[in-house]
Ligand binder design. Structure first.
Ligand code: ACM
Ligand code: ZN
Length: 554
């Protein structure tokens, strides 16, 4: 018996099946015996696949060829060792089945999304160098024999990125999209306009990027009275925007642009002061926080401007949703503005016990912009402030001030996306060692807290269908470099992905935590910075100091 076991191990040799550490955890995994050697395997495209699925199968074959250093040919019928892409129309849009045997790999899906997710799962079952840019012929290119069935809990699996407080290059945004794809996320919420910088070229309004994209200084740390006096800014040309949208689409990710209005508009006001209540002058904001200066809805020119901007935005972004912001809009200027007050009178707006007339004026802005967007065949998303007062049917509410706005919205029959700051604000500290962590906006959001978020908590069963999904938000006031950006995202994005993808019974923090060792290897290969607080190492520049060597006795 013992001898047989020794022989079996010797025969298996280097083909011992590796652990499966896939994040987000697939719905079901049944492991078998043995392995499939994938290096040099062909990729077989079955009948009836649509063009997008075929394109993805080709992309997958190219990746295998690149990283294994052995050609993976694309073929039309199975031959030798092969990875088969098989259409199965019975499966839901994002569902897939992955069967790995010693002889072949069979992927079943009904659409490109399912095929993509199956190959992402395969990627994480392989050595980390699968995610690299060069061949690693020395790696063990084997897959454990297994039978996997998988599908997501939520259809909307998002990440928000603020590129306004600090600007990030196309290359960095694409790097983040790569990570999103690895975690089966499908929506990038791109926060493109702010008080501190306008980041998208609009041909009709060139001053937005000539003036609005640049500030003459940035506050230093948390000192609201001092700025560094350095010109800072940047923007994406329309060509670059198209490049990012196409790059994301190839990964199955839809980019949702946000034009935040009517607040958070100081950069636009600095460019076109006639759009404000006072007429200015204004300057692109150098400090964080909330500005009193907002768009003036008393002036028709303001709506012309919004529509002109949104027309170009909708040209650039094919997404079903356009995010129109709506958060943190002080009403102090509107209360004093002749044009705003005239608009209030002409609309017959009256304050009620809970809402000022100016609050209802914001509802008017939301409804008017919503109609414009709807008339162009799109839908709006707004931050949960849009729920205050009145909200027209068809709007989707993004709950950020905790979950309360989302719970209320769902009960009222609005679709919601949960991004509660209590679980999903990745600008918060990742550990309580604030003295060694890089400067953050505040808060305390360790990875285990992200992990336990339940987006449907306190939402009645019958209203849960309105929860489209979950998203984490990354505001970048205190995040000035790509290294810091990645540090705040990782590995919390991994936890986010399980909140978005896994059914509650399929989550387990200890299993997840153990899988992070493999995740960290992948981050290293991808050249990403990340936080190790979950394993007791704190700070972005944390360096473990070796114990002093024992003095030798002479
Ligand atoms: C927000 O965090 N102001 C939506
Ligand atoms: Zn006004």
């Amino acid at each position: 018996m013992e001898l047989l076991a020794v022989v079996a191990i010797a025969v298996a040799g280097c083909t011992k099946a590796p652990e499966i550490n896939v994040v987000p955890n697939p719905e079901s995994i049944v492991k078998g015996d043995g392995v499939f050697k994938i290096a040099g395997a062909s990729v077989c495209i079955g009948e009836g696949l649509d063009a997008e699925s075929v394109q993805w199968a080709n992309t997958f074959a190219q990746r295998l060829t690149l990283v294994t250093g052995k050609q993976s040919r694309v073929v039309a019928s199975p031959e030798g060792r092969c990875v088969e892409f098989v259409l199965n129309a019975e499966l839901a849009d994002e569902e897939y089945v992955l069967e790995v045997t010693r002889k072949n790999v069979r992927i079943e899906a009904s659409s490109a999304a399912g095929f993509r997710f199956a190959t992402q799962t395969i990627g994480q079952m392989l050595p980390a160098s699968y995610f690299g840019k060069a061949a690693d012929p020395s790696a063990d290119w084997i897959l454990p024999v297994a039978s996997i069935k998988d599908k997501p809990r939520f259809g909307y699996r998002g990440l928000h990125l603020d590129v306004c407080r600090h600007f990030y290059s196309v290359e960095e945004v694409e790097k983040i999209l790569d990570v999103m794809a690895a975690y089966k996320m499908n929506r990038l919420h791109w926060h493109l306009t702010e008080d501190q910088g306008w980041r998208i070229e609009i041909k009709k309004y060139p001053k937005l990027t000539e003036i609005g994209a640049w500030r003459t200084g940035t506050m230093i740390g948390k000192d609201w009275d001092k700025d560094d006096g350095q010109r800072y800014g940047g923007f994406y040309t329309q060509e670059q925007i198209r490049e990012v949208v196409a790059y994301a689409a190839d990964l199955g990710i839809t980019v949702i642009p946000e034009i935040d209005l009517p607040g958070h508009m100081v950069a636009a006001l600095a460019s076109y002061p006639e759009l404000g209540c006072s007429g200015g002058p204004y300057e692109v904001r150098k400090i964080w926080g909330i500005a009193d200066e907002v768009l003036c809805p008393g002036k028709e020119a303001t709506f012309e401007f919004i529509e002109g901007v949104l027309e170009e935005v909708m040209e650039l972004f094919p997404s079903e949703y356009i995010h129109i912001g709506g958060d943190e809009c002080p009403k102090t200027e509107w209360a004093k503005c002749r044009d705003c007050q005239k608009r209030i009178r002409s609309l017959g707006i009256k304050a009620d016990k809970r809402h000022s007339a100016e609050q209802f004026l914001q509802n008017y802005v939301t409804a008017r912009v919503q109609k414009f967007v709807n008339d162009h065949g799109r839908k709006i998303i707004g931050w949960d402030e849009i729920l205050e007062g009145e909200l027209a049917p068809g709007a989707t509410v993004m709950s950020w001030r905790g979950a309360q706005g989302g719970i209320e919205a769902a009960k009222k029959g609005f679709d919601v996306i949960m991004t509660p700051n209590t679980y999903m604000y990745f600008d918060y500290y990742q550990s309580d060692k604030k003295d060694v962590e890089p400067l953050a906006i505040g808060g305390h959001l360790p990875i285990d807290t992200v992990y336990v978020c339940n987006p449907c908590k306190d939402i009645p069963e019958e209203a849960q269908k309105h929860v489209l999904g979950v998203q984490a938000n990354l505001w970048t006031e205190y995040i000035g470099t790509p290294e810091h950006l990645e540090y705040m995202l990782l590995p919390r994005m991994a936890a986010l992905s399980e909140v978005q993808w896994c059914s509650p019974g399929n989550k387990d923090f200890e299993r997840f935590k153990a899988s992070l060792h493999h995740a960290f290897e992948i981050y290293d290969v991808m050249g990403l910075n990340y936080c190790k607080a979950v394993f007791g190492e704190y700070g972005m520049d944390y360096v473990k100091v070796d114990e002093p060597a024992e003095e030798k006795a002479e």
